[in-house]
Design a protein around this ligand. Sequence first.
Ligand code: PRP
Length: 183
Amino acid sequence: MHKDIAEILVSELEIKEICESLGKEITNDYKDKNPILVGLLKGCIPFMSDLSKKIELKVDIAYMSVSSYHGGINSSGDVKIKMDLDIPIHDRHVLIIEDIVDTGNTIVTIVELLMHRGAKSVEIVTLLDKPEGRLKPYEPKYIGRTIPKAFVVGYGLDYDEYYRNLPYVGILDPKVYSKKESN
Ligand code: PRP
């Protein structure tokens, strides 16, 4: 285990099982729907990669780059679109792939935007759901694991851009950020 991780919350094996089970469910639910899988960069990358391989359907894959954390441990509430989709979504079934839903700021903003652009449906699959962090009500349709209110990193999730490459999700040792966040 990495020295900055206080506890492993979702192991590599659990992540593999989550991808297999959600992949099956999504394959079944989206039969004949040719969905667009929309990954929200950058955190979605490992989950998008592993989950999409378990979805046995004809799918389009697209990415958007959005950010609301701007480096700290708390959401700024200000969701910035840094890179938009490169394919039209009008009349299409969209499945957004997220690493985590926390305050709900990101997902509520993006769902509203994509519905406004004429998507036929917009649903979310998130590896992690942190309902205690919610500031805007939103319940993702597909959830890998519900987690407690702790700052987690790994498997796409970062603190100051680090730890995204850990193969598991873990609670970041507060000593890593407590000094910086109190300044
Ligand atoms: C993270 C994460 C989600 C969002 C969830 O992204 O990937 O998109 O925050 O938090 P919320 O529910 O409080 O909005 P971030 O803005 O840190 O960008 P990143 O994916 O590039 O790390």
